[in-house]
Ligand binder design. Structure first.
Ligand code: SF4
Ligand code: SF4
Length: 72
């Protein structure tokens, strides 16, 4: 949890280490390690969900995102 909201959560079993999430992160708070992305600068995360949205294998989720109603 940051001032902006929740941090993304990784399901490492689904991650192919493609790096798309790291590339798309607007605040550069994410980095790629052997097991997948991690957050060396978690306080810089603005909970924008871009990393989760760009992930081709659904390996990243924003906690609570399933409770958000779609905009009509
Ligand atoms: S975009 Fe998804 S599959 Fe690619 S490195 Fe990030 S978490 Fe892993
Ligand atoms: S939620 Fe946004 S700011 Fe946070 S790690 Fe993902 S892309 Fe970066």
């Amino acid at each position: 949890m940051t001032a902006f909201g929740e941090l993304p959560v990784l399901d490492a079993s689904r991650c192919t280490r493609c790096g798309d999430c790291v590339e798309v992160c607007p605040t550069d708070c994410m980095a790629l390690a052997a097991a997948g992305p991690w957050l060396p600068r978690p306080r810089d995360c603005v909970s924008c969900s871009a990393c989760a949205l760009v992930c081709p294998t659904d390996a990243l989720k924003m906690p609570g995102a399933e409770h958000v109603e779609p905009i009509q």
